[in-house]
Design a protein around this ligand. Structure first.
Ligand code: FMN
Length: 188
């Protein structure tokens, strides 16, 4: 066409072109009080005031029902130290099982919401459901951030210390990457 040498990607696979995506662990809880964890690559901040984050979850996921039920969730930030547990929570459904027990991840009480935070993660955003949108075969749950905090040793006022917090980025399938901590500052 224009002489540019490209690889064609089918529209249903086009999402792979915006990966790697920062991977998060969402903790949620049912009305019965049983907590669950789901791994998500599709999550993003979407407003500063009010502070909102959006997560995209397919309706067949157990966590989808739990968030609908109790209208709260926590966005937990995992690091490479818990890569195996992060992948496990993204491959096994929590319906009828306990992913906290199976992975060894530790639930700790949150400050303002019912779902527990995940102790082994380096940061936590406690959210109350603000709104939700059907989007094709996923639902976007928008959470209002009620509380947010990070481990002191890996977060300063300017952001994460990437030497200490090896974030998990999902390339696709069972492939992940982390950042080599080299900071670039563009010229204005
Ligand atoms: C790295 C990774 C990223 C994922 N991202 C998403 C996502 O953004 N949205 C989604 O609905 N499922 C995603 N999944 C799949 C769910 O995590 C998976 O189906 C999980 O077992 C659902 O758990 P649940 O049934 O206990 O809620 C991802 C899985 C992996 C491994």
């Amino acid at each position: 066409m224009n002489g540019k040498d490209v690889v064609n990607v089918s529209p249903s696979n086009a999402f792979r072109l915006v990966h790697p995506m920062h991977t998060v662990l969402i903790s949620c809880v049912g009305a019965d009080g049983k907590p669950n964890i789901i791994t998500l690559a599709w999550a993003m901040p979407t407003s500063i005031s009010p502070p909102l984050v959006a997560v995209s979850i397919a309706p067949r996921r157990h966590s989808h029902s739990l968030i609908r039920e109790t209208k709260e969730f926590v966005v937990n930030i995992p690091t490479m130290e818990i890569l195996d547990a992060t992948f496990y929570c993204g491959r096994v459904s929590g319906k009828g099982r306990d992913k906290f027990k199976e992975t060894g991840l530790t639930p700790m009480p949150a400050r303002r919401v019912k779902p527990p935070i995940i102790k082994e993660c380096v940061a936590h955003l406690e959210c109350r459901l603000h709104s939700q949108f059907e989007t094709g075969d996923h639902t976007i749950f928008v959470g209002e951030v009620l509380e947010a905090y990070a481990n002191r040793e890996c977060f300063t006022s300017t952001g994460y210390d990437l030497e200490k917090a090896k974030m998990v980025f999902h390339l696709g399938g069972d492939e992940f990457a982390t950042l080599q901590p080299k900071i670039f500052k563009p010229k204005l």
